[in-house]
Design a protein around this ligand. Structure first.
Ligand code: MG
Length: 481
């Protein structure tokens, strides 16, 4: 109840500010207009899958150009290495376990994003932004959880993963036909997935053109390169890495469409564009999976290959061109950072105890300022409700936990291979000298281990830990029906 009443106050204050802003002269002039925001979110794209992150057989000229003209981050994190939880973190600024949004909810799920949670889209919509989302939602597929009820003016896409359909290679019987949704309505079942990337790109371009005079927030969450991989005829056979490479090259094309539209509408210098991925590569899919480059493991693990993803930020005149940042920043920082850039006073500075979030304003890091420091003393790697690791600066401490690893034959052409269960102990890695997490240096650095243990203990009080059977004081429930 306390949170609900707080939210109403929050919305009222925002509405008041919006009225004041409009009273000052409705359409924003070029100078005082807050920036537009575009987030392009790939699905299961690995750290090593773009040209500007070292890919050899995949050509990504548009994303490489974004990196040349913007900032390339090398320690950018998602909150958990799985689609649904990762998306919830991006849109709420919270570790997903804080808001009860774990895993990858499928068609049987009865829960979704809680109506009291404030999404990035709601924050910006309340400031007068036009908002749209095209692509994979994955925060609950029932009416009350869909994007239009959580801050978006327009929506078109899949409510959950594109493999949750009867054609799933191993679990097809578990899934009803895959719905394609426009607004709040299912408009098609089992849509032609070869067209998804094109459809999302076309809608993104139309939205930009229709909103050239209004600040906007555009969230494009591609279904690809999550399996099953589909690509339009235009990109079939175009890469040197088979179907997977073709799919990435089509996503790169879609980013080019967005950049072209911004230039055409004269909005290049008003618009921050950020490209990233929801988690690392799904390695069991073999030639239909991406690459984590130098990082260990992939999707579904707390190793760097699961949660460290490419992130490119471009905003001409505001983000330093050609910069590179190795400081820790994360998708949970996007809500507070964008709120700060949009002039939202209530989300700058201290988090509010009634509606605590975990992200922080990371603008100095995202914009490539030379001496920028991470806003996080520590970053936490949860899997579900289990705290599996913590990073502070160069050090990462794993707590003893099980993880999946590909030890047998990998998958082939859309059929998955098998994972086996592995276990790690209390292990310390120096990510600056050992990004691949190969040399456990816990024994040589007992004081570092102790410091990271202390940070973890503080977080266990707040968000809990299923491994130590602790309940967190700061955990909120998801919405449910
Ligand atoms: Mg994913």
């Amino acid at each position: 109840m306390v949170r609900r009443s707080w939210r109403i106050v929050f919305l009222n204050v925002l509405a008041g500010l919006a009225v004041l802003a409009q009273g000052a002269g409705s359409a924003h002039s070029a100078e005082d207009r807050p920036p537009n925001f575009v987030i392009v979110f790939a699905d299961d794209l690995g750290y090593g899958d773009l040209g500007c992150y070292g890919a050899k057989n995949i050509v990504t000229p548009n994303l490489d150009r974004m990196a040349r003209e913007g900032n390339r981050l090398t320690s950018f994190y998602v909150a958990q290495a799985v689609c649904g939880a990762s998306r919830a973190a991006l849109l709420t600024g919270c570790y997903p376990n804080r808001i009860g949004m774990l895993g990858a909810p499928g068609p049987q799920a009865r829960h979704g994003i809680h109506p009291d949670e404030m999404t990035l889209a709601e924050v910006l919509q309340q400031r007068g932004y036009a908002t749209a989302m095209y692509g994979k939602w994955h925060m609950g597929h029932q009416h009350e959880f869909l994007p239009l009820q959580h801050g978006f003016d327009d929506y078109f896409g899949l409510p959950y993963s594109n493999d949750m359909w009867p054609n799933h290679p191993t679990n097809g019987r578990d899934y009803p036909p895959l719905p394609l949704i426009a607004g709040n309505d299912v408009i098609e079942l089992n849509p032609d997935q070869t067209q998804l990337t094109t459809w999302y790109a076309e809608r993104a371009v139309n939205f930009i053109e229709a909103n050239r005079d209004t600040p906007f927030f555009l969230y494009v969450a591609h279904a690809m390169p999550h399996v099953p991989l589909f690509v339009s005829e235009n990109f079939q056979g175009k890469s040197k890495q088979g179907r997977y490479g073709d799919v990435i090259q089509e996503i790169d094309w879609s980013v080019g469409q967005i950049l072209d539209a911004l230039q055409r509408t004269g909005l290049d210098e008003n618009t921050l564009v950020l490209f990233t991925s929801d988690n690392g590569p799904w390695l069991s899919y073999g030639n239909h999976a991406g690459s984590a480059g130098p990082l260990r493991e992939g999707k579904g693990t707390a190793w760097e290959g699961g949660v460290r993803v490419p992130c490119i930020v471009r905003w001409p005149g505001h983000v330093r061109a050609g910069s590179e940042s190795a400081e820790v920043a994360a998708t949970i920082d996007l809500l507070p950072t964008f709120a700060h850039l949009a002039g939202e006073p209530l989300l700058t500075g201290e988090p509010l105890p009634e509606r605590k979030i975990d992200g922080a304003n990371a603008w100095p890091v995202l914009s490539g300022q030379p001496d920028a420091r991470s806003p996080h003393e520590a970053y936490y790697y949860y899997w579900g409700n289990e705290l599996q690791a913590v990073r502070s600066g160069r050090w990462k401490l794993h707590f003893p936990h099980d993880y999946r690893s590909l030890t047998g034959p990998a998958g082939q052409d859309g059929r998955p291979g098998g994972y086996t269960n592995q276990r790690c102990g209390l292990e310390l890695y120096d990510l600056e000298s050992d990004v691949g997490e190969r040399n456990n240096v816990a024994a040589q650095n007992p004081e570092v281990v102790q410091r990271l243990q202390n940070l973890a203990n503080a977080m266990r009080e707040e968000l809990g830990d299923s491994r130590t059977s602790q309940k967190g004081q700061g955990v909120r429930p998801p919405g449910s029906i």
